[in-house]
Design a protein around this ligand. Structure first.
Ligand SMILES: NC(=O)c1ccc[n+]([C@@H]2O[C@H](COP(=O)([O-])OP(=O)(O)OC[C@H]3O[C@@H](n4cnc5c(N)ncnc54)[C@H](OP(=O)(O)O)[C@@H]3O)[C@@H](O)[C@H]2O)c1
Length: 320
């Protein structure tokens, strides 16, 4: 059943996209210890039924498998805002144009709503790539251009030759470094903001114990959040959040999504899901009111947890 999820426009893109967005990384299978296509399709169906109309995928998610599944689900329907991303191997205009064609084919879309540069490349000038994306926009093949994991300086460089509509970055109660510079920069330049790993890759559901285990091939044990120096603090904070959720009679993940959406300067909150049940659970975040006092107590728990998290650039320790 559809719930009342607020919508936003990202940058200059003419589409009202729901604040809660479906992350489709796990649909690729790789990096998540395997995934059944039937579960991914059911997750998208549940999202559409719950009124979530913003789906986020990437060329790199299972080497195209996630994009193809999104295309299978959509079958040409136009009521879903589709964002995808490509990784820059070759920083040229031609490579950017070719990447747009790859995604259009896999998604079976004439015009993709939002096309992101997935990661910056250290010391590489990405202006030729931006020029290619502007050409694709002018040709009606993409409606919006996004960047992901960029610093303000990296955004400034590509903005010399094009318009950024959205920036996607890691942001959750245990990873708030974007508050310092990235979010203020986006607000100043009317760039839509999209958070990823918004529930700390599952930690903020409260389902993991003090020593979480994962299927083989799941990338999460290698991330900063699950590292032995950091995770015990996050586990302790999550136990506190769980007690607060129980006191308020709300599901923890719903409170967390709501807290994230309420932070200043946040437009979209991406949450990944493996199946329909998780999507339905997450979609309930926008039911009813959450008192300001509860949000403030959550912030206090987040502040304390953050004091134990090192700012190493990104949760993956990935520096392309
Ligand atoms: N731009 C980038 O560089 C970048 C990087 C990362 C992610 N992203 C995007 O952001 C999206 C979200 O980030 P993410 O997938 O890293 O992390 P996330 O949204 O914080 O966590 C998603 C995972 O949490 C678990 N989960 C979700 N809802 C749940 C529920 N209700 N109950 C229990 N478990 C639940 C699921 O995994 P399990 O069931 O296996 O625990 C799910 O795959 C991705 O799908 C992707 O689209 C982008």
């Amino acid at each position: 059943m559809a719930v009342n999820i607020p919508t936003r426009r990202l940058g200059g893109i003419d589409f009202d996209a729901t604040v809660l967005a479906l992350g489709c990384w796990a649909f690729g299978g790789a990096a998540w210890g395997g995934q059944e296509d039937a579960d991914s399709l059911a997750a998208m169906q549940a999202a559409a039924e719950a009124g979530i109309n913003h789906f986020d995928t990437a060329q790199g998610y299972g080497d195209g498998r996630s994009e193809r599944l999104v295309g299978d689900f959509l079958q040409g329907r136009r009521d879903v805002f589709v964002a995808t991303k490509f990784f820059v191997d070759e920083p040229t205009t031609a490579a950017a144009l070719a990447a747009v064609e790859t995604s259009r084919e896999r998604l079976r879309m004439d015009c993709i709503h939002l096309f992101y540069i997935h990661w910056p490349r250290t010391g590489v000038d990405l202006r030729p790539v931006m020029e290619g994306l502007e050409q694709a926009r002018a040709a009606g093949k993409i409606a919006g251009i996004g960047v992901s994991n960029f610093s303000p300086e990296q955004m400034e460089q590509v903005m010399q030759v094009g318009r950024i509509d959205a920036h996607q970055f890691c942001y959750n109660m245990y990873w708030r470094f974007a508050e310092r510079e990235v979010i203020p920069f986006c607000r100043q330049h009317q760039i839509g903001t999209v958070t990823y790993s918004s529930i700390a890759q599952g930690i903020l559901t409260g389902k993991f114990g003090p020593q979480p285990s994962f299927p083989e091939g799941d990338h999460r044990p290698g991330t900063v959040l699950f590292s032995p120096e950091v995770y015990p603090h996050l586990y302790a904070a999550t136990e506190e959040l769980k007690a607060l959720a129980a006191e308020t009679g709300r599901d923890l993940v719903q409170l967390v999504i709501r807290w994230t959406a309420e932070q200043p300067g946040i437009d979209s909150v991406l949450v990944g899901a493996r199946n329909a049940a998780q999507v339905r659970d997450n979609a309930g975040a926008f039911d009813g009111e959450v008192p300001a006092e509860v949000l403030a107590r959550m912030t206090a728990i987040s502040d304390e947890a953050m004091s134990h998290v090192p700012d190493v650039g990104n949760i993956f320790r990935f520096y392309p």
